[in-house]
Write a protein that binds this ligand. Structure first.
Ligand SMILES: Cc1cc2nc3c(=O)[nH]c(=O)nc-3n(C[C@H](O)[C@H](O)[C@H](O)COP(=O)(O)OP(=O)(O)OC[C@H]3O[C@@H](n4cnc5c(N)ncnc54)[C@H](O)[C@@H]3O)c2cc1C
Length: 302
């Protein structure tokens, strides 16, 4: 979608918003799949209510992009624009056991920065790509931990009130890859409370998690992490593996040989290929185990 309206285009500089024409979502997502659309980079949180009311009044549909590491985006010209936060300097500020972090901050860099200042707890998140905002939205987690456990406050743009607000941790429910934020809420910053831990000890935990990932995930390949959520008490990857589906493909979309719940783009896979593969695997799991697998990957296909 192209922003054509002169009123919107004229207002962007004052709002500290940069317009990037015809951005390729294939270049902005870890699966390297997706068509093109205009992208707005937002440099000031305070501009967001004004920007969104301008877009809404001109009926310009939009989506929020973080680091693009959990997204499967449709092919061709996309029917909405994309909003993305630019990261300020510095994007992490520490005070005692609290870390005030911008939503645009890189998740891995934030974990390492806190570790270097003897703040731990988030070792499992090393190796999870993307931004802190995306991790909050998805309640990212691994190896028995999730980011939500450390959240004390979230600064967000709330679609319901059209204002920037601060929610306390206990006002938000963080579940397995699910949060109580409304679909149109935009995460802007978070305050985390982290346990004190010696850097050496945190580093040890990080090494163990890195090793687990290296030995089980196709890290050099284009993926969006796990495609399906694990059903209660079961493992989606194990079910897919038991059906002998590793290596199954549609075009260049493949079930990884290393981890059956990672689907990779082995070349020039389209969204159509990947969606067909996901539907096929889901159907096979349904008929073999009577289990409806739910997507973990967020699909932007309309
Ligand atoms: C190799 C690999 C390994 C992975 N391992 C893990 C893992 O162990 N555990 C895990 O949980 N995930 C894992 N993932 C998935 C992914 O990295 C996480 O879900 C990550 O937190 C997504 O962050 P992102 O910034 O890339 O979000 P995006 O992919 O950009 O967006 C994901 C969703 O969050 C929304 N969103 C993003 N930013 C904001 C914002 N500021 N405000 C509101 N909504 C926003 C988007 O609209 C979208 O709905 C892995 C992915 C890869 C490629």
């Amino acid at each position: 979608m192209r922003i054509e309206d002169a009123k919107i285009i004229g207002a962007l500089p004052e709002l500290s918003v940069e317009l990037r024409r015809a951005s390729s979502l294939a270049e902005l997502t870890s699966l390297a799949i997706g068509g093109t659309t205009d992208l707005l980079r937002i440099k000031k949180h305070e501009s967001i209510p004004g920007l969104l009311s301008l877009l809404d009044s001109h009926r310009v549909p939009h989506r929020f992009l973080g680091g693009g590491s959990n997204l499967l985006v449709g092919d061709g010209e996309l029917p909405w624009i994309v909003l993305q936060l630019a990261s300020p300097e510095p994007d992490v500020v520490l005070e005692g056991n609290f870390a005030q972090v911008d939503a645009a901050a890189d998740l891995g860099r934030m974990v390492t920065y806190c570790a270097k200042h003897d703040l731990g707890g988030m070792e499992g998140l090393i190796g999870v790509p993307g931004t802190v905002g995306g991790a909050l939205r998805m309640n990212a987690g691994a190896y028995g931990m999730q980011i939500g456990s450390y959240v004390r406050e979230v600064k967000l743009y709330r679609a319901a009130t059209r204002q920037i607000e601060i929610l306390r941790g206990e006002q938000i429910s963080f579940e397995y890859r699910h949060t109580s934020f409304a679909p149109d809420d935009m995460m802007l910053a978070v305050k985390l409370e982290l346990p004190s831990k010696a850097y050496r000890e945190i580093l040890q935990g990080i090494r163990i998690c890195n090793e687990k990932r290296r030995s089980s995930q196709p890290l050099g390949q284009k993926s969006a992490g796990c495609i399906f959520k694990n059903p209660p008490g079961a493992s989606a990857g194990r079910m897919i593996d038991e059906l002998g589906l590793k290596g199954l493909g549609v075009g260049d979309a493949r079930v990884s040989d290393r981890h059956a719940n990672f689907f990779v783009n082995a070349g020039k896979a389209s969204a159509k290929d990947m969606l067909a593969l996901i539907a096929d695997v889901r159907e096979r799991v349904r008929s073999a185990f009577s289990v409806e697998l739910e997507h973990e990957v967020v699909i932007w296909n309309a």
